[in-house]
Each structure stands twice: as C-alpha cells, then as structure tokens.
Design a protein around this ligand. Structure first.
Ligand code: SF4
Ligand code: SF4
Length: 437
C-alpha cells in the first residue's frame, strides 16, 4: 500500500529542527504538556513513518485527530515548517492505514463526507428538514420531553450542537449576478471590478445572511458580484480529514462553476475554506486538465477583509451600532492566511465602534472544522478559555471571520448566559452601509 507521507517531498518532512519554539503556541500541548501532543512530537511521528521506521497504527491516527490543525505552530516556527501539508498528509495516511478499522466511525464519516457534503442539494434538503424541525417548535418539544436521554451520550452531544438553520439559503437571497446600483445598498456608479462569491456549504445553511452581507458590501464598493447558485462544498473539510482524493474532486467541481479568467477576484468569507481554496494550485498540480486554472484560481482567491483592504474600501459615513467590539482571529485566517490587520482595520473604519484588544486572540476557540464533534472535551476547554477572554474585554460584540468560530463562540456565549453577540465583521460593515440610506 502506498504512503502519503513517504510520497511527500522529503524537504517538507525534514524541515523541523526540534527547537521547540512552537510548543508554547500549541493548544493541545499546553493543555497536556505531553511531547506527543506537541507539533514537534507529531512531526517526529510523521517523519518516522516517512522514513519507514514506524507503521501508521491507531495511536498515530488518534494523535493526528487530537491535533486541531490550527496551524499556530506554523506561525511560530522559525524554520518555516509547512505544517499544513504535513497535517493533511498525516491524516490521509491515518485514513488509508487505520480508518477502515472501526465500522461506526466509518459509517459516521461516510454519511458526513461522502453523502451529505457530496451534493449541495442533499445538504440543503437536510437543512430544510432541520429548519422545519426547529421553527415548528418540535425541537423544543423533543428536548423538553426527555426522550433524548435515550440516545447515546455522543449523539446527545451532537443534537445539542445542532446549529440554527436559516429559512432562506443563499440562492434565495442573492441573484446569480448583481451589479452596483442594482439593489441595496447604493453603489458608487460604474462597476470597477467583477468578482465571484463563494457561498460555502455549512455557511449557506446557517449564515446565508452573512453571504448577503458580503454581496452588499462588495456592491457598495463598485464590484459586480457573480454568485453561481450551485457551487458545492470546496472540500476543505475533506482535505483536513484525510480524504485527499475527494478534496481534489471537489476542487475540480468548484473550478467548473467559475469563469476564473474573467473575474478580478474570488471572494470567500469563511477562513477555513479560504485557507484551503488558496492551495488548489498545489492540490491539482498533477492534473493536466485543471493545473493551470487552479494556479489562476489560487492567485485570485481572497478573504473578504483582504479584498476590501486591497481595493481601499469606502469607510461608511454612519453606523446604527455604537458598541465596544473585540476581534477573535480565526486560526485559518491568521495562521493559515496570515491575515490579521485587515479585519481590524475594517472594524476601525466603522463609525461608532470602539475596537478593544482580545487576550489570546489567536488561540484556537476549539471549533476547528469538526473537531468539536470528535474531540468534545478539548473543544469545550478551549471554548471556555475563549469565552473568559471575550467576557473580560467588556465588549458587547465579538467579531470573527469564520462560520465554525462564529458558531463555537455563539454556543459558548449562550451557555454562559451573556448578552454578548458574535458577528462576522462584514455584517457590521453591511449594516453601516445600509444605515446611510
Ligand atoms: S496545528 Fe495546532 S494543535 Fe496541531 S500541532 Fe500545530 S499548534 Fe498544535
Ligand atoms: S516545528 Fe518549527 S518551531 Fe516547532 S520544533 Fe520544529 S522547527 Fe522548532
């Protein structure tokens, strides 16, 4: 059986010089203080497999799934270790060698990654069902009836984490093509740019309003917005969870949906997706039919805050919100894409907002894709740590640019019983533009 780690360029495998500078930035190491839970320990395991000194067994797989994939170690590393690649290859290795051993786990992953996320219509169908379940009050009845106590603890935990589904998904809210001046908020004359908008998979179900906000902000800044109604999952969930071949297939499908050559930028408002989308060039480099388009794509993918910074977005004249706001850096924005300044600048340009610093703003909140589902204890510890810091700022709003973080923080705030709101920065900007009318 071939090996992802043995096939990986050896210059990537041997970058680590064991200095340990990454250790204090690693959330799992700092919780356990065990070397094997550190970036250095994990990289040693990966290298031992690449060198043929170790076989990927269950202990290796468990360790790779205890890692958050937060990439804080990559930011801290003076040797330029490419932990993104190592992590993806290590999880793919774990799936190839160990993943098939546990039938319940296989069933869960098959349903989630192969069935649900494979076609957007399936996800939307489940989303519609959940919306009816929640909006009709059935969810409240089921919860208060005590029937959920009959479920295994893991399923009870899953039910409690079910996000609130929006009644309308992105295609109901955004036309396939919108030009400045064509709708709210008022545009600034002639379109200066033509951009594609990615609406995501989970984002489309639970934060479709953020997609609308993103389109509005782009329109207000002279961008014609092209939003294909069916786009599908970008495959970041698959790449981060060891399904590398599936991730490639999803990347090809997404490329087919956009006329990349005739767009100035492709905009994402989900940090976890953005950091994966920017690597399509690497993902498809050996695919002769897609490699060139993937390179163009990777050059044009921009986080919304990054794009707004590049085009020197217009500061709103007023805002309906007067509040202290703090900002949580989503790992895949600050570590994965090195974007930290632009979202803060965005917030500072909105009148009425007092931007307060957040202690450990770059420390993972425990969301990390589906980490909070598969490692609930560690995820809960990190969530509490984040909520403690947010509460200490005295802010009434915490802004963050990733749906997973938004959900994790919203759940943590609700459990704490605070009135602090968690919002995407682009929502605050869209609200400010709308208040100008
Ligand atoms: S990705 Fe995050 S959790 Fe994993 S080793 Fe690096 S710092 Fe630690
Ligand atoms: S990953 Fe980087 S920071 Fe961490 S031990 Fe290796 S070389 Fe040092």
């Amino acid at each position: 059986m071939s090996s992802y780690l043995k096939d990986l360029d050896y210059s990537v495998v041997q970058q680590c010089m064991h200095c340990g500078m990454c250790l204090p930035t690693c959330p799992t190491y700092m919780e356990t203080k065990l070397e094997r839970n550190s970036p250095r320990g994990r990289i040693s395991l990966m290298r031992a497999i690449a060198d043929g000194q170790l076989e990927a067994k269950k202990a290796f797989s468990d360790e790779m799934y205890f890692c958050l994939g937060c990439l804080a170690c990559e930011t801290a590393c003076p040797a330029g270790v490419d932990y993104t690649q190592l992590f993806e290859m290590a999880r793919a290795e774990a799936e190839r060698k160990v993943g098939k051993q546990s039938p319940p786990r296989r069933l869960f992953r098959w349903f989630l990654l192969d069935v649900l996320f494979h076609q957007q219509w399936r996800l939307r169908l489940v989303g519609k069902f959940l919306w009816y379940y929640q909006a009709s009050g059935l969810q409240g009845l089921v919860r208060s009836s005590g029937i959920l106590r009959l479920l295994p603890k893991s399923l009870r935990g899953l039910e409690a984490k079910t996000p609130t589904i929006k009644q309308h998904f992105s295609p109901d809210l955004i036309e396939p093509e919108e030009a400045p001046g064509s709708r709210r908020p008022p545009g600034d004359g002639q379109p200066a740019y033509r951009v594609g908008l990615l609406t995501g998979c989970v984002q489309d179900l639970i934060y479709s309003d953020v997609n609308r906000d993103t389109a509005d902000v782009l329109l207000a800044n002279g961008c014609t917005v092209v939003t294909p109604a069916t786009q599908g999952c970008c495959g970041s969930l698959h790449a981060h969870n060891g399904e590398y071949e599936m991730a490639k297939a999803y990347a090809r499908r997404l490329l087919d949906h956009f006329d990349v050559e005739n767009l100035d930028a492709i905009i994402t408002n989900a940090a976890g997706c953005g950091s994966h989308l920017k690597h399509f060039d690497r993902l498809l480099k050996d695919d002769p039919a897609y490699a060139a388009k993937a390179v163009q794509w990777s050059e044009k993918v921009k986080d919304i805050s990054e794009w707004l910074g590049e085009i020197n977005f217009r500061a709103p004249e007023k805002s309906p919100t007067k509040a202290r706001v703090t900002y949580h850096d989503a790992c895949h924005l600050c570590h994965g894409q090195k974007i930290t300044v632009q979202p803060r600048e965005l917030l500072k340009k909105i009148p009425g907002l007092d931007v307060a610093p957040l202690t450990e703003s770059m420390w993972c909140c425990g969301s990390a894709g589906i980490y909070n589902l598969i490692q609930p204890e560690m995820a809960a510890k990190l969530q509490q740590r984040k909520i403690d810091h947010i509460a200490a700022t005295g802010a009434s709003i915490v802004a963050t640019g990733n749906p997973g973080c938004l959900l994790q923080i919203q759940n943590g705030l609700a459990a704490r019983g605070t009135k602090i709101e968690a919002m995407h920065p682009v929502t605050l900007l869209a609200q400010a533009y709308r208040s100008e009318r």
